[in-house]
Design a protein around this ligand. Structure first.
Ligand code: SF4
Length: 77
């Protein structure tokens, strides 16, 4: 399992809770109704990337912090 750096763009987050639904041990809603990362290692990598993919406004970025590879959104070539 890679070490992931997960960032939420809170300005973009619309509080749909999709990410929480997919990976409740990783994401939780904060007091402002925006998603927060509570444990970047709380689910398998594929689940976390799946949660980022589910986000309707693409507010979640997932980077493999060991290699620096951006896993989601897919880097543009
Ligand atoms: S899925 Fe996206 S918009 Fe919905 S709560 Fe998570 S980060 Fe926010």
């Amino acid at each position: 399992m890679a070490k992931l750096a997960i960032t939420i763009n809170k300005a973009k987050c619309v509080g749909s809770e999709d990410c929480v639904e997919v990976a409740p041990a990783v994401f939780q809603m904060d007091e402002n109704g925006k998603s927060d990362v509570i444990n970047a290692a709380g689910a398998p990598d594929a689940t976390i990337v799946g949660a980022a993919r589910r986000c309707p406004v693409k507010a979640i970025t997932v980077v493999d912090s060991e290699t620096g590879t951006q896993l989601f959104p897919p880097p543009k070539n």
